[in-house]
Ligand binder design. Structure first.
Ligand code: NAD
Length: 481
């Protein structure tokens, strides 16, 4: 049985208690994981602090960029192992793990290596006069924040961890990272890569465990952690924010969503059906960006819903390692229980089930992709994030109603708009209260663009220089002439 250890100061160390890592497609225990107790988390934070106080704290961006390119090379060299680990941990189809998780894991390090080289500051020539007769040159310098805690969710384990660790290292911070207890495998491989490509001791540390009363809680409570980057549920974000208040530490939060798709009658019909199906059911609906509310202009509603149901019924549900499979299980039995709870809620609220609504005849944490209709926007399944392969369809009349329905939520992460009318796309995109709007596409990413949500969906933006704005501090120098 594989044992997944914590990685501290460049060495793998055991934890006190151990917990099991389970493959959701088979129910098999695939590894034992060493849970970091308070002492181990303290050792990880101390190792990171020592790195900041040593050479790493004075490192140059060029050296960091080269190191990050070696990390990307290291991930790519072991791509097969990363793919196998991600599939076994998450249950997602192997082709997705290849094309998304591992490719993006490496790409994140390369992208932020390039940004480390390119990123500059601002400068101003300030004229003299008044009480300051001498002129000056003002210029800004970036400095790392120090020790960054990176706390990650289970849905895109390597992708979300590298999305935090890469910019944090690019800016010269030392990191203590924690993967989700549900998906600890690729983070452990990442630690092996860090060690093998010569990342200095203490610059990257990994702790395993759970939230409150375990590694996650000990990280956020630690006074030597200078900043917290967290991706996960909104309720967890609220708990972490209370901890971050002690010491007035900055947070970057990527939280939940309840994302709308707005389909106008003038859309490219086939592209919209395929796009909405993908946005709702990709990775069994377990992407924060996934659509859970579909609003369709009344003129094409019946036709669109029939086509969407056909697209959903075409999913091949089964073994993630079978390349014919297009939908795997949910990430765990625990999460399946939660999603099935929402199936009950929908039933109780009187939702019409257009397809799905139950579980397939398969062992493992599977649920059927499900389309609901017939509820009003105030229903719980239209207001709460289900985070499974589900969506609710509803007709609308005109742009104003579409915008009002889309904005009728406390979340504000992503929206997709399907129309051939460019002016309408721009008008609606300007009014939906979300951090990310896709027009005639979904999940099409450029890593230089700002990523993040409004309202309950998060605080701050990451991506490109926006990540640099979080993971570094800009200081101004005023040089009198
Ligand atoms: P979660 O909040 O349960 O857990 C996320 C991480 O936080 C885990 O590592 C967990 O161990 C840790 N944690 C839990 N309680 C903690 C505490 N009190 N203190 C410190 N750490 C704690 O989230 P999840 O179920 O793993 O992930 C799914 C959620 O993540 C969904 O809501 C999804 O929308 C969201 N998500 C958002 C984005 C985004 O970019 N906005 C991306 C991916 C996932």
């Amino acid at each position: 049985m594989a044992v997944l250890r914590n990685f501290i100061g460049g060495r793998f160390v055991d934890g006190g208690a151990r917990f099991e890592d389970v493959n959701p497609a088979t129910g098999a225990v695939i590894a034992e994981v060493c849970e970091a107790d308070a002492e181990i988390v303290d050792a990880a934070v101390s190792a990171a602090r020592a790195a900041m106080d040593g050479d790493w704290g004075q490192s140059h961006a060029e050296a960091r960029a080269r190191m990050m390119e070696r990390i990307a090379d290291g991930i790519e060299a072991r791509a097969d192992e990363f793919v196998a680990a991600e599939v076994a941990d998450t249950g997602r189809p192997i082709a997705v793990a290849e094309a998304l998780d591992v490719a993006r894991g490496a790409a994140n390090f390369r992208a932020f290596a390039a940004m480390a080289r390119a990123e500059g500051g601002e400068s101003f020539e300030t004229p003299g006069g008044g009480v300051n007769p001498r002129g000056a040159v003002n210029y800004s310098i970036r400095r790392p924040l120090g020790v960054v805690a990176a706390i990650c969710p289970w849905n895109l384990p390597l992708l979300s961890m590298s999305w935090k660790v890469a910019p944090a290292l690019a800016c010269g911070n030392a990191v203590v990272a924690k993967p989700s207890e549900e998906t600890p495998a690729t983070a452990t491989l990442l630690a092996e890569v860090m060690a093998s490509v010569g990342v200095p001791d203490g610059v990257f540390n990994l702790v395993h465990g759970f939230g409150e009363g375990s590694a996650g809680g000990f990280m956020t409570a630690h006074s030597q952690v200078d900043a917290i980057s967290f991706t996960g549920e909104t309720a967890t974000g609220e708990a972490i924010m209370r901890q971050a208040a002690k010491g007035v530490r900055p947070v970057s939060f990527e939280l939940g969503g309840k994302n709308p798709a707005i389909v106008f009658a003038d859309c490219d019909f086939e592209a919209a059906v395929a796009g909405v199906a993908r946005s709702s059911f990709f990775n069994s609906g377990q992407v924060c960006l996934c659509t859970e509310r579909v609003y369709v202009e009344r003129g094409i509603y019946e036709q669109f819903v029939a086509a969407l149901v056909r697209a959903v019924d075409a999913y091949v549900i089964g073994d993630p390692l079978d390349r014919a499979t297009t939908m795997g299980p949910l990430t765990s039995e625990t999460h399946r229980t939660r999603v099935l709870g929402y199936f009950e809620v929908a039933r109780g609220e009187g939702a019409e089930v257009l397809t799905g609504g139950g579980v397939p005849d398969l062992a493992g944490a599977y649920v059927l992709p499900t389309v609901w209709a017939g509820l009003s926007n105030s229903a719980r399944i239209l207001q709460e994030e289900v985070f499974g392969p589900v969506c609710h369809v509803m007709p609308f009349d005109g742009e104003d109603e579409a915008v009002a329905l889309a904005n009728d939520t406390k979340f504000g992460l992503a929206a997709s708009i399907w129309t051939r009318d460019v002016g309408r796309a721009a008008r609606v995109a300007g009014q939906v209260k979300v951090g990310l709007t896709w027009v005639n596409c979904w999940f099409l990413r450029d890593l230089r663009t700002p990523f993040g949500g409004s309202g309950l969906s998060g605080i701050g933006r990451e991506g490109g220089r926006h990540s640099f704005d979080f993971y570094s501090e800009t200081r101004n120098v005023c040089l009198a002439l």
